[in-house]
Design a protein around this ligand. Structure first.
Ligand code: H2U
Length: 349
C-alpha cells in the first residue's frame, strides 16, 4: 500500500478551539449528485420596499415604526428569543432533569437603509459604521450585569432561515455563556496556561508561514480556511493583534475589519455568482465581569453551499449520528476561493 497522502486518503482533523474532530474523505469528492437542488434566489430588489419590516420609515410586525434611518440602525427584536424579565429558577439537583431560567436581550441591526444591498456590495466606509455599531452594542449590552455573553451574528440567505433579504444581522445577549463559547473559553485558557500565548496567535503565525489555507491578508486581519473546517467553504477572520473583544480595535483596525469582511464576502459571491448564504458571527470574550486574557477575537463563517448556487451540503446521516465529515479538503477550498476575483461579479461588464 502507498504511504499516507493528505490529498487522497481519509483522515480526521482536530479543531483545537472547540475540541471536536472532522472526518475528511478527499477520495469521495467525485461522488455523483442526483439529490435536492435549492431554488436560486437572486432576484433583483428595489432600493426601498414598502412591505419590508426593516426599511426606513416602515411599520414593523408589532406596529412600531422604524425611524427614517440613514446609517446602520439597531432596535430590540420584537420577537426576542430571550427576555430581560424572567423569574429566577434553577433546579440542577437531578442529574437527568436539569433546568435553569435564562434572561437576555435580543437586538436586530439593519446594516443599511438600502433594501437592495448586501455587505459585499456596500462601501467600506458604510461597513465600518456597521463595525462601530457592533462595538457599541457589545459595550452597551455587555455592561449590563445580567448579560454574561453577547453573540453578534449575521444569518444571510433564505437557505439559512433568514426571514428578510434587507441587509441585517442580530445580537443575542444572555445571562449564560452558551456552550460553543464555553468550549472555546476552556480550550483557549488551557492553551494559554501551557504556552503563555494565544492559541489563535500561534495558529495564525503557522498558517502565514504555510500559506496553503490563507485567502486574504490586510494590515490587521487575515481570512483563511481553517485546517479543521467542516463546511465546504467555511472560513474564519482572525485579528492579527491579540485582542479579546471588538471594543479594543482601533479606528484603523475597525476599517480594516470592514475591508476584510467586504473582500471575503465578494469572493463568496463570486464563487457561484450568487448572493452567497452563510451564518457568520463574532466570537469574543464573555462579559461576565471576569478577566479573559486568553480570548482571541475571530469571526467564523459557516456557509452551506457545496457544488453550485443551488446545491448545499447536508449535515445528516453519519454527521448527525457520529461526527462531521467533508469531501473536498480545506486546502482545495482555499485554493478555489483565493483564485477568485476581488471585484464583485455584478460590477463586471
Ligand atoms: P432573521 O432574518 O435572521 O430571521 O432575523 C430577523 C429578525 O427580525 C427576527 O429575529 C425580527 C425577527 O424576530 N423582526 C422584528 O423584530 N420585527 C419585525 O417587524 C420583523 C422581524
Amino acid at each position: 500500500m502507498s504511504s499516507f497522502n493528505i490529498t487522497q486518503h481519509s483522515h480526521r482533523r482536530f479543531n483545537p478551539l472547540n475540541e471536536s474532530w472532522v472526518l475528511v474523505s478527499p477520495h469521495r469528492s467525485k461522488r455523483p449528485w442526483q439529490g435536492q437542488v435549492e431554488k436560486k434566489t437572486d432576484e433583483s430588489r428595489p432600493r426601498y420596499d414598502k412591505d419590508c419590516y426593516l426599511c426606513p420609515g416602515n411599520k414593523r410586525a408589532n406596529g412600531e415604526f422604524n425611524p427614517d434611518y440613514k446609517e446602520p440602525y439597531a432596535f430590540t427584536n420584537d420577537f426576542s428569543a430571550l427576555l430581560s424579565e424572567v423569574p429566577e429558577y434553577k433546579d440542577t439537583d437531578d442529574d437527568l432533569f436539569k433546568i435553569e431560567s435564562q434572561k437576555g436581550i435580543c437586538r436586530v441591526l439593519c446594516f443599511s437603509p438600502r433594501h437592495d444591498l448586501t455587505i459585499p456590495e456596500m462601501e467600506t466606509d458604510e461597513i465600518t459604521k456597521v463595525v462601530d455599531l457592533w462595538a457599541h452594542e457589545f459595550k452597551d449590552l455587555g455592561s449590563n450585569e445580567d448579560i454574561h455573553y453577547v453573540q453578534i451574528f449575521e444569518n444571510k440567505g433564505s437557505v439559512m432561515g433568514c426571514s428578510n433579504p434587507h441587509p441585517h444581522g442580530q445580537v443575542w445577549s444572555q445571562s449564560f455563556i452558551p456552550q460553543e463559547i464555553t468550549k472555546k473559553t476552556e480550550s483557549q485558557k488551557k492553551y494559554y496556561k501551557k504556552h503563555n500565548s494565544s492559541l489563535l496567535s500561534d495558529y495564525l503565525s503557522k498558517e502565514l508561514d504555510r500559506k496553503e489555507r490563507i485567502l486574504i491578508e490586510n494590515d490587521h486581519f487575515v481570512s483563511l480556511v481553517p485546517f479543521w473546517a467542516v463546511w465546504p467553504f467555511e472560513t474564519m477572520i482572525i485579528s492579527k493583534r491579540h485582542v479579546q473583544d471588538i471594543t479594543q480595535l482601533s479606528k484603523e483596525e475597525r476599517r480594516s475589519l470592514a475591508d476584510m469582511y467586504k473582500r471575503l464576502t465578494i469572493k463568496y459571491d463570486n464563487l457561484f455568482e450568487t448572493s452567497f448564504p452563510y451564518s457568520a458571527g463574532i466570537h469574543q470574550r464573555p462579559t461576565d465581569g471576569k478577566e479573559h486574557p486568553y480570548w482571541h477575537f475571530h469571526i467564523p463563517f459557516y456557509p452551506p453551499l457545496l457544488r453550485s448556487a443551488t446545491v448545499k451540503k447536508f449535515m445528516v446521516g453519519y454527521e448527525m449520528l457520529a461526527e462531521p465529515q467533508r469531501d473536498i479538503t480545506a486546502e482545495s477550498s482555499a485554493h478555489r476561493l483565493r483564485e477568485l476575483s476581488d471585484l464583485h461579479y455584478k460590477k463586471k461588464d
